[in-house]
Write a protein of this length. Structure first.
Length: 276
């Protein structure tokens, strides 16, 4: 009899600590055509403690679908907020943060990285980009794919620019001697080379993004490249200024400013140096 009751107690304890599953009601909300209902379902799932594997998979899948809608709205010209309302962008931002936390706690789950980076590179010069830099082994394949994409599509061009900056965040992180390195020296040198090639890209916006990426990397060996761009970049605006007739070279100005900031940091003792 004692053994019987012990078995019952064990079963009850296991049931009481079982990981919550995705409820039929939540599944219905996640599949809704209404963004507000999808958000409601997502927040219901995210509130689970502990967050079960099914819930994590559902949230990652939802983010992938939302990012596809964001891309579609961008290409249509309305933008996600214009098409779905201002609250939609806030919701997708929250969902992205939620999935990013999942990726940070369980980085070996491929579905979270596909949800985060399968459609968009994300802004590389933000806290999100710096966070991606700490997971170079996971983020690098997606980012390199975006950089290699020469499509004239506006979304793809934006991804290419953003990816350059996030790749630079990876380099900056990997160069820090106290960090846990995720890339080999060979891979890191390859990433650096890909970034530097952008300084001579035919796309002026890519060249501009490359300047930002070089500044993020912070390698003094790149100062001559910035100096060269500051003197020779050919992109010119002929209708600038109050008169509408001033001639300016915006990329030259941007490169000069980036070089000045880097020299100021070096003078203040901030150095990174080229990875050996």
């Amino acid at each position: 009899m004692k053994t019987y009751y012990s078995a019952i107690i064990t079963v009850l304890l296991i049931a009481g600590t079982a990981t919550p599953q995705v409820s039929p009601a939540a599944s219905t909300l996640l599949s809704s055509a209404d963004p507000a209902e999808r958000e409601s379902g997502a927040r219901e799932l995210a509130a689970q403690v502990p967050l079960g594997s099914d819930a994590k998979a559902a949230l990652a899948d939802l983010l992938a679908r939302e990012n596809a809608l964001v891309r579609q709205a961008f290409r249509e010209g309305s933008g996600a907020s214009g098409k779905y309302g201002e609250g939609y962008s806030e919701y997708v931002g929250w969902l992205t943060d939620t999935v990013a936390k999942m990726a940070a706690s369980e980085p070996d789950q491929p579905e979270v990285w596909n949800a985060l980076l399968g459609t968009a590179a994300g802004p590389g010069d933000t806290a999100y980009g710096r966070w991606l830099g700490t997971h170079g082994d996971k983020a690098m394949p997606y980012l390199l794919r975006y950089v290699a994409d020469r499509s004239p599509d506006s979304w793809d061009r934006m991804n290419r620019r953003d990816a350059l900056k996030s790749l630079a965040q990876i380099v900056a992180y990997e160069r820090q001697p106290a960090t846990a390195h995720h890339l080999s020296a060979k891979d890191l040198q390859m990433v650096e080379s890909v970034i530097r090639e952008g300084a001579d890209d035919p796309d002026k916006d890519v060249r501009l993004a490359t300047i930002s990426a070089i500044e993020i990397m912070g390698d003094p060996a790149d100062l001559p490249t910035l100096d060269r761009v500051a003197l020779t970049d050919e992109y010119v605006v002929t209708n600038a200024g109050k008169s509408g007739a001033e001639i300016r070279f915006p990329i030259r100005v941007y490169a000069r400013a980036a070089a000045e900031r880097m020299r100021a940091k070096l003078a203040g003792g901030e150095t990174t140096g080229r990875t050996q």
